[in-house]
Design a binder for this molecule. Structure first.
Ligand code: PLP
Length: 390
C-alpha cells in the first residue's frame, strides 16, 4: 500500500499523470504490482508524452527538455569529425584520457570518477546498486525523478520531503527523515523542476554530517549556469573522503545532450560497488568521449551559454510580469511558473502554436516549465503565451 502511494506520487510529481492522460488509461499504469513493470510503464508513458504530437515536425521552439540550443560548440563538432574513424573501436583509451582530465578538474583521483552515457546512466546505476535489496531513498518534492524512479522500480521506498516556501531544500526535515532503512539522500542543486538553489554553506555542512550515516547524492546538472564565483560544488566533501556522490553532465551547459556524456565523482567504495554490478563505461562511444575532451577546453562556449540563458531568464520574467504571473527565480536553463488554467489544454494550445513546454503537477497546482532557448524561440514562447492566455 505504501509503495503504491509512492508510485502514484512519483507519477504525479513527474507531471506524467496529468500529461499522459490522453494517451493511456491511468489504470494501465497500476495494472502490475511488480515494481520492475512499473518502471517500464513509466517509460512508455514518458515516451508517448515526449513525442506528443509528432513533436519534431510541429515544434518551432523546443523548450520542453532543458536542452541547450547553442550546442554542440564548433570545437566539439570538429573533435567529432576528427574521431569518426574510431567508430569501430571501444572507447577504453579515450575514457582513460577523459577520466584523467576530469580527475584534474575535480581535484580527485581518477578512480573516484565514473563516466556514463549521460548522468542518467549514473543516477540509475547508483539506484540499482544501492536499492537492489530494498531500503529508503529521501529526496525533495518536487525533485528530478530519474534516480528516484529507478530506486522505486527496484523496490525502494521513496520518502519525499517538501521543498521550503522559498523552494530551497528543507535540509533539517530531510535529516530528520533518515532512519535505519535509509540508504541514500538525493539532492538536486540547483533543483529541477523548480530552478531554485539551496544555500551551499548549509548544504556542505549537511553533506559532511549526513554522509557519516548514509551516502548523499548531489546532482549538479545545472550548477554551471551560476556565475563562476557562485558555482560551489559538493565535490570538496568527496575530496575529504566523505560518502558523497556528485553528478555532473555535458548535456546542459556544454550543449551535448544527444552525445550522452556525464559522470560521477564519489568515494572509491561507491564507485567499486557500482563496478561490481555493472560493466561500467562500456556504453560510451569514442566520438562522444572525444567530444567531451574537447568541450572541457571550451570555456568561451560555456560563457556564451551562461550569458544567453541569463538574458532569456530576464526576458521570461518580464513577459510573466506583464501577464501578472508569478515565477520561481531560476538559476538554471529553465523557468517554472504556476498555471491558473488546465495544464493539458495549455500544453496542447502551446504545442499547436509550435512551442514545446512541460507541465508539472505538485503542491496541488499545475505548473509550466519552459526551457531557455534562443532569442527567436523565446519571442515565439512569449507571443504564444499571450495568445493562449488571452
Ligand atoms: N539531472 C538533472 C537534474 C537533469 O535535469 C537531467 C536532465 O534533464 C539529468 C540529470 C540527466 O541528464 P543527462 O542524462 O543528459 O546527463
Amino acid at each position: 500500500m505504501k509503495a503504491e502511494v509512492s508510485r502514484r506520487s512519483w507519477l504525479k510529481a513527474a507531471g506524467v499523470l496529468v500529461a499522459s492522460a490522453a494517451f493511456m488509461p491511468v489504470s494501465a499504469v497500476f495494472a502490475s504490482k511488480k515494481p520492475q513493470n512499473f518502471r517500464a510503464q513509466g517509460l512508455k508513458l514518458w515516451q508517448e508524452f515526449n513525442h506528443f504530437p509528432a513533436e519534431t515536425a510541429v515544434l518551432k521552439a523546443k523548450l520542453n527538455a532543458n536542452e541547450n540550443p547553442f550546442g554542440p560548440s564548433e570545437m566539439v563538432q570538429q573533435a567529432i569529425q576528427k574521431s569518426i574513424k574510431l567508430g569501430n573501436r571501444y572507447a577504453f583509451g579515450e575514457l582513460g584520457v577523459l577520466r584523467e582530465l576530469l580527475a584534474q578538474k575535480e581535484g580527485v583521483k581518477p578512480e573516484q570518477i565514473l563516466i556514463g552515457a549521460g548522468s542518467t546512466e549514473m543516477l540509475e546505476k547508483i539506484a540499482v546498486t544501492l536499492f537492489k535489496e530494498e531500503g529508503e531513498v529521501i529526496s525533495a518534492s518536487p525533485a528530478y525523478m530519474s534516480l528516484i524512479g529507478t530506486s522505486i522500480a527496484v523496490g525502494a521506498e521513496w520518502k519525499p520531503v517538501k521543498l521550503q516556501d522559498n523552494f530551497s531544500h528543507d535540509l533539517d526535515a530531510m535529516q530528520a527523515a533518515i532512519n535505519s532503512a535509509t540508504k541514500l539522500v538525493y539532492i538536486c542543486n540547483p533543483n529541477n523542476p523548480t530552478g531554485s538553489i539551496t544555500d551551499p554553506v548549509k548544504l556542505r555542512s549537511f553533506c559532511d554530517t549526513v554522509s557519516e550515516k548514509v551516502p548523499v547524492f548531489v546532482d549538479e546538472a545545472y550548477l554551471d549556469y551560476l556565475p563562476a564565483d557562485q558555482q560551489i560544488s559538493m565535490v570538496d566533501a568527496v575530496r575529504k573522503g566523505k560518502k558523497v556522490i556528485v553528478a555532473r553532465t555535458f548535456s546542459k551547459i556544454n550543449g551535448m545532450a544527444g552525445l550522452r556524456v556525464g559522470y560521477i565523482v564519489a568515494h572509491v567504495d561507491l564507485i567499486a560497488a557500482v563496478k561490481a554490478d555493472f560493466f561500467a563505461e562500456i556504453s560510451l562511444n569514442p566520438l562522444s568521449v572525444q567530444a567531451a575532451i574537447a568541450a572541457l577546453a571550451d570555456e568561451p562556449f560555456r560563457e556564451l551559454t551562461r550569458k544567453e540563458a541569463s538574458e532569456a531568464r530576464e526576458f521570461t520574467y518580464g513577459v510573466l510580469k506583464s501577464l501578472n504571473i508569478t515565477w520561481v527565480p531560476s538559476h538554471t536553463s529553465f523557468v517554472i511558473f504556476p498555471l491558473e488554467s488546465d495544464g493539458k489544454k495549455f500544453m496542447e494550445a502551446m504545442t499547436g502554436l509550435g512551442v514545446g513546454i512541460r507541465i508539472f503537477n505538485f503542491w496541488d497546482k499545475e505548473w509550466c516549465r519552459v526551457s531557455m532557448g534562443t532569442k527567436e524561440e523565446m519571442n515565439l514562447f512569449a507571443s504564444s503565451l499571450r495568445r493562449v492566455l488571452a
